[in-house]
Design a protein around this ligand. Structure first.
Ligand code: FES
Length: 129
């Protein structure tokens, strides 16, 4: 089984959550489900995540804007800035930190884990900045 983790600059796992067993991982999608032109909305249970690709990097962010009803999977990625489609507020997709108003509350982001041509996360461990 091949595994590759993707670093998310400026973010660290929540303390005490570094140990990551396979059982703790949530499969979000296949690598072929997401492209630079087309983000992917992953729904598992009552949660939804937006998966983005930029070059050989993948990013996972909650698919609900902290400012309102905007779905981030419908957003526009410009470098590391993810623009919400509803009021055009922006977040740094690496950290979830707001970068442009009206957004003020950080988004939850997760460290993507690429394993066997699929993207997984430890859903219980969003990254903190
Ligand atoms: S709902 Fe996202 S910026 Fe307002």
């Amino acid at each position: 089984m091949s595994e590759m983790t993707i670093d998310t600059a400026g973010a660290e796992p929540v303390a005490g959550r570094d140990a990551m067993s396979s059982a703790a991982l949530t499969r979000l999608c296949s690598l072929s489900d997401v492209s630079e032109d087309l983000p992917y909305r992953a729904e598992v249970g009552d949660m939804a995540w937006a998966v983005f690709q930029a070059g050989d990097m993948y990013y996972v962010i909650a698919d609900q804007c902290t400012h309102g009803p905007g779905l981030m999977s419908d957003g526009y990625l410009d470098g590391c800035d993810l623009e919400c489609p509803f009021h055009q507020g922006r977040f740094d997709i690496r950290t979830g930190v707001p970068t442009s108003p009206p957004c003020e509350v950080p988004m939850a982001v997760w460290k993507p884990i690429v394993r066997d041509d699929a993207i997984y996360i430890d859903a219980s461990s969003p990254l903190r900045v």
